[in-house]
Design a protein around this ligand. Structure first.
Ligand SMILES: NC(=O)c1ccc[n+]([C@@H]2O[C@H](COP(=O)([O-])OP(=O)(O)OC[C@H]3O[C@@H](n4cnc5c(N)ncnc54)[C@H](O)[C@@H]3O)[C@@H](O)[C@H]2O)c1
Length: 257
C-alpha cells in the first residue's frame, strides 16, 4: 500500500480494460486519479466504484476523446485543479485494426495513428507544463509488443505502436534536459484479457481464443490487466526515479524468441 501515495494521475481510456485496472491500482496505492474516456459514462462508473471503495474525492471522471486537442487543454487543467496537482499521465487509450498494407483502408490507418499516436503528443504537450510545478513526474505511454514485433496484417497498429515507443523516448530526453523532474517511458503488453480481445473471442469462442493466443507466448498464457497495472505502478512511483526512455516489455517472453 502507498507506493504512489499523494500523487495525482490522469489515466486515459480508463472506462474498461487496462485503463480501469491501472486507475484502480494507482488509487489503491494512494494516488488521486482522473479517469478520462470517450465513453464518459463508463469513466464515471469506474470513478464511482473507486470512491465507494476508497472514499469520495479519490477518483474523478471526464468524457474526453483523446484526439481532441482543445479538450485536452480543458481536461488537464480541470483534472489538475480537482486533484490539487498533476504528477502522472498514463496515455492508455488506444485502438487496433487488422489489415495488411494492401487490405487496410487509408482512413482507418490515419484513424489508428490519430488515436494511438497524436493523442500522446497532445496529452504530453498540455500536461507537461502543469506537471513541472509538482515535483517528480512520470509519463507512461501504453504501446504494445506490436510496437516491437511486426506482423503482415497489423500495418496500422504496428506503425502506431512503434511510433509510441520513439515518441516516448523523445519526450524523455526533452524532459531530462528541461529540469529532469519528469520521466517518460513506454509499456509493451502482449495479449491481455480485456474487451479488446472480444472480436477474437467471438470468432473462436472464449476458451479457444485465449488458448490460441496463449500458445504464441513462451509463458503459455494470455495476461491479466493487473500484469500491466503493476508495470505502470512501478513506472509511476518514485521507485523508478532513475528510469526514463525505456520500453518495459510485459510480454511473457515473446520478444526473447
Ligand atoms: N489488451 C491487450 O491485449 C493489449 C495488448 C497490447 C497493448 N494494448 C494497449 O493497451 C491500451 C488499452 O487496451 P485495452 O485492452 O484496455 O483496450 P479496451 O478496448 O478494452 O479499452 C480501451 C479504452 O479506450 C477508450 N477509447 C478508445 N478510443 C478512445 C478515444 N478516441 N478517446 C478516449 N478514449 C478512447 C475506450 O472507450 C476504452 O474504454 C491500448 O492502447 C491498447 O492498444 C492492449
Amino acid at each position: 500500500m502507498g507506493r504512489v501515495s499523494g500523487k495525482k494521475a490522469i489515466i486515459t481510456g480508463g472506462a474498461q480494460g487496462l485503463g480501469e485496472a491501472t486507475a484502480k491500482m494507482l488509487a489503491r496505492e494512494g494516488a488521486k486519479v482522473a479517469i478520462t474516456d470517450i465513453n464518459g459514462e463508463g469513466a464515471e462508473k469506474i470513478a464511482a466504484e473507486i470512491n465507494a471503495e476508497l472514499g469520495d474525492g479519490t477518483a474523478f471522471a471526464w468524457q474526453h476523446d483523446v484526439t481532441d486537442g482543445e479538450r485536452w487543454k480543458t481536461v488537464v487543467q480541470e483534472a489538475h485543479d480537482a486533484m490539487g496537482g498533476l504528477n502522472i499521465l498514463v496515455n492508455n487509450a488506444g485502438i487496433g485494426s487488422l489489415g495488411s498494407v494492401e487490405d487496410e483502408d487509408y482512413a482507418m490507418f490515419q484513424k489508428v495513428m490519430t488515436v494511438d499516436v497524436d493523442s500522446i503528443f497532445l496529452g504530453c504537450k498540455y500536461a507537461i507544463p502543469l506537471m513541472r510545478d509538482h515535483g517528480l513526474g512520470s509519463i507512461i505511454n501504453i504501446s504494445s509488443i506490436a510496437g516491437i514485433i511486426a506482423s503482415g496484417n497489423y500495418v496500422s497498429y504496428n506503425t502506431a505502436k512503434a511510433a509510441v515507443r520513439h515518441l516516448s523516448k523523445s519526450i524523455a530526453l526533452h524532459c531530462a534536459k528541461t529540469g529532469g523532474q519528469i520521466r517518460s517511458n513506454s509499456v509493451h503488453p502482449v495479449f491481455i484479457n480485456t474487451p479488446i480481445l472480444d472480436r477474437t473471442k467471438e470468432m473462436f469462442g472464449e476458451a479457444e481464443a485465449l488458448a490460441k493466443l496463449g500458445r504464441q507466448i513462451p509463458l503459455g498464457k494470455v495476461g491479466e490487466p493487473d500484469d500491466i497495472a503493476y508495470a505502470v505502478l512501478y513506472l509511476a512511483s518514485d521507485e523508478s526515479k532513475l528510469v526514463t526512455g525505456i520500453e518495459l516489455k510485459v510480454d511473457g517472453g515473446i520478444s526473447a524468441m
